[in-house]
Design a protein around this ligand. Structure first.
Ligand SMILES: [Zn+2]
Length: 457
């Protein structure tokens, strides 16, 4: 029993007595322990980290994963940077242009200006059998279905089917070339169109070929239509086109006049005569006829314009306006010369020099050749209550009626108040011009003047 008690006391770790401690110290001191054989206890940060990692395996796995991600990301960035550098490396080789069977070279400096690759539309149009019209500084290319592109020299806009859009750079149009940005042509063509355009930047080869419809057996049935569209552009200005089945309401039966109001050769009536583009001294229409509507003297117009005007005046009278007549229509070049000389002479007799007299006459009278009246397509209206051609015509019932109905007869208000800068003429509410019903409707609805309309056509 006594022995057991002693054991319990030891287990409770009773502090050693001094005697026992001395014995223990002696015993340890006498032992020869080779400390160099003991493992070195590494207390560096690195060792601490690895001991930490050993204890926290999940944390270690996350760290490794993160490290791998960083390496992969860096590798990807490097690859992309190399690719980008390769893409940005400008290939300044001369361009090889393949147009169907034809192949030719264009010097790099001639093909590329300001980082933009240009293509000669004359050559493309010739290959794609587009119709080319216009002048040497303004040219129109018409493809199937009357789809067209229009470019003007030194101008950074183009016209696509009546819509003015940005070209991306200034076009160069002259007798030899019509250079436009290739990107514009690609955008205007859209996808799946009649022309296939591909550019290989490694070899600087531009290839333009026609697309063909093929049967399931691979037989070619014909070329795919070439059409243009403005889907990829912001339209700056546009003509509102007349719908084919558009209905017009008239106050009279116009059946007998429709072929005049809406003539087949409508483009013949879109002639422009203004200060910038005067008619020659020898310009005189060959189909002039005498006006049969109410006038204040004998005068003439071109036949379709005369018939359309006759119907218009009938309609106006039918609506209760019967005080209106025509005071001016066709004026020949020689008539304009006589009139202008008369005005100048009057001012000279007032004491002006010839130059002063001419300048003064020009303020109210057109220089010979610049009057639209020489076209035989325009008239000046007057009413019994008006004694002069001035803006008071705006207050007449005739003017209100013309404003709403003239276009139905193919006539437009030629010099609107908000287009003075473009037409070069002050507001003339009495002066109406025949352009045919389709153009007149498009001009009326687009609120364009004739100059703007012709630019978009
Ligand atoms: Zn006039």
């Amino acid at each position: 029993m006594k022995k057991n008690k002693k054991n319990e006391a030891v287990q409770k770790e009773v502090p050693l007595s001094n005697e026992e401690l001395n014995m223990l110290r002696k015993s340890v001191a006498s032992e020869k322990v080779d400390r160099s054989k003991l493992p070195h206890y590494d207390n560096s940060d690195k060792a601490k980290f690895f001991r930490y990692v050993k204890k926290n395996k999940f944390f270690a796995a996350i760290c490794i994963l993160l490290a791998v991600c960083v390496v992969v990301l860096l590798a990807l960035c490097a690859v992309m940077a190399i690719k980008k550098a390769a893409a940005e490396r400008v290939n300044t080789d001369d361009y090889t242009v393949i147009l169907g069977d034809r192949k030719y070279t264009v010097k790099y400096k001639d093909a590329v200006r300001g980082d933009i690759l240009f293509v000669d539309m004359y050559k493309v149009a010739e290959y794609a059998q587009m119709t080319r019209t216009g002048s040497t500084s303004s040219v129109k290319f018409t493809a199937q279905n009357n789809n067209y592109l229009r470019f003007e020299n030194d101008t950074d806009t183009a016209v696509v089917n009546g819509c003015m859009v940005e070209l991306g750079a200034k076009a160069v149009v002259n007798a030899e070339v019509c250079e436009i940005p290739l990107d514009f042509l690609i955008k205007a063509m859209g996808s799946g169109n009649g022309l296939k355009i591909s550019l290989d930047k490694d070899t600087n080869t531009l290839k333009i070929t026609r697309r063909y419809y093929k049967t399931d057996d691979g037989d070619i049935t014909g070329p795919v239509e070439i059409l243009f569209n403005t889907d990829s552009f912001d339209v700056l200005q546009q003509i509102l086109r007349v719908e084919k089945d558009r209905k017009y309401e008239y106050g009279i039966n116009v059946d007998g006049y429709l072929s005049n109001i809406d003539p087949e050769n409508a483009e013949d009536y879109l002639i422009l005569a203004n200060k910038e583009t005067p008619l020659g001294s020898d310009y005189a229409p060959s189909d002039l006829v005498r006006l049969e509507c109410k006038t204040n003297r004998d005068m003439q117009l071109r036949k379709d314009a005369e018939r359309a005007l006759y119907a218009l005046m009938l309609d106006m009278a039918a609506s209760g306006i019967d005080d209106t007549f025509i005071t001016s229509a066709y004026r020949s070049y020689s008539y304009q010369v006589g009139l202008f000389d008369k005005y100048v002479g009057e001012h000279i007799s007032e004491g002006m020099t010839k130059e002063e007299a001419e300048a003064t006459a020009l303020e109210y009278s057109a220089k010979p050749g610049t009057s639209e009246h020489q076209t035989g397509l325009c008239v000046d209206f007057m009413t019994n209550s008006m004694t002069d051609l001035d803006e008071s015509f705006e207050d007449t019932a005739a003017f209100r009626w013309l404003s709403e109905n003239a276009y139905k007869y193919g006539f437009i208000l030629r010099y609107p108040p908000d287009k003075v800068d473009i037409t070069g003429y002050k507001y003339e509410p009495w002066h109406y011009r025949f352009v045919g019903r389709t153009a007149a409707t498009e001009i009326y609805e687009s609120e364009l003047c004739l100059e703007e309309y012709l630019e978009l056509n």
